[in-house]
Design a protein around this ligand. Structure first.
Ligand SMILES: Nc1ncnc2c1ncn2[C@@H]1O[C@H](COP(=O)(O)OP(=O)(O)OP(=O)(O)O)[C@@H](O)[C@H]1O
Ligand SMILES: [Mg+2]
Length: 271
């Protein structure tokens, strides 16, 4: 099936309040964030999408694909399911070496030369994570960041899924700006549950959840997009500090001021 869009038809929040947006339409190529406080229903909304909800989940929402009720093949036949879902608590159960695991998946999908597809997948994953993945390592030995990176790369390249759902990648030590840049090169629908300002503002729009219900949609305007470069700067500084701490370095505030290049940035965000 050629996926052109997903529609979320309104349902109910935790206390029976109705979603404030009647239809949320997500078009092919869109990157969307779902935001909101802890417990506000972000994972529940992304689950509705993953399950192709048809008024059969606690939220009573309906998910349409290309304005239609999704074919039951999507749910019954994993090879026809257009959705790859990387959950909040994904772990590998397989103790195969990374290389063999990817080869098996590539052979099953038969999307081309398995060897080169596996190399492309590893290369993609290594651009997302700080620590390179050793293809001989067992899947279960990978770190959180490596696991998420490999799952994203596997879903994008080997699985070639047109719709990719990601629940909170931020804690996993993934290079976020790079991830979004890389993902933009693939024409897919990406839906992120996130608390991360950078991922949110690099999205086309965001869905704001409250009390289990969809409360608001915000389309990222040019002024918000402009803020991303400042946020990226702050984020890079934090990443750098984190790696210095890991390496056992001593931190001094002069170093941070210097990194912030205070005079240059103060008109932008800090004051
Ligand atoms: N529309 C809804 N109807 C009924 N129950 C809901 C609804 N939305 C969320 N819930 C329930 O509320 C609880 C919290 O929801 P959920 O896990 O989706 O929140 P979250 O925003 O993902 O939180 P976190 O940021 O902690 O991951 C869950 O038990 C979920 O089943
Ligand atoms: Mg959640």
């Amino acid at each position: 099936v050629d996926i052109k869009k997903i529609t979320i038809k309104k349902g109910l929040g935790k206390n029976g309040e109705i979603d404030k947006i009647d239809y949320v339409e997500i078009n092919m190529g869109d990157i969307v964030s779902i935001v909101g406080p802890t417990g506000s229903g972000k994972t529940t909304l992304i689950n509705d999408i993953a399950l192709f909800a048809y008024q059969n989940t606690p939220t009573n929402r309906t998910i349409l694909i290309n304005d239609d009720i999704p074919s039951s093949d999507f749910i019954c036949d994993p090879s026809k399911n257009p959705i790859a879902y990387i959950t909040q608590h994904t772990n590998f159960l397989s103790d195969l070496p990374v290389q063999s695991f990817l080869m098996i998946h590539a052979d099953i999908r038969k999307t081309g030369n398995s060897q080169s597809i596996v190399e492309e997948t590893l290369d993609f994953a290594n651009q997302l994570t700080g620590e390179s993945i050793n293809p001989e390592s067992q899947m279960t030995e990978l770190s959180g960041g490596q696991t998420r990176s490999l799952l994203i790369a596997d879903a994008v390249i080997i699985g070639n899924s047109p719709i990719i759902l990601l629940d909170e990648i931020e804690n996993a030590g993934i290079h976020r700006t790079k991830a979004l840049d890389l993902l933009r090169n693939y024409k897919k629908i990406f839906i992120f549950v996130t608390h991360d300002p950078r991922i949110t503002l690099l999205s086309d729009f965001r869905i704001i959840m409250e009390n289990g219900a969809i409360n608001k949609l915000i389309i990222t305007d040019n002024l918000e997009k402009k803020a991303v470069s400042y946020i990226s700067r702050l984020d890079d500084i934090l990443l750098d500090l984190r790696s210095k701490i890991r390496a056992g370095d001593i931190i001094r505030y002069e170093y941070i001021l210097d990194m912030l290049n205070f005079n240059q940035i103060k008109e932008g965000v800090l004051l």
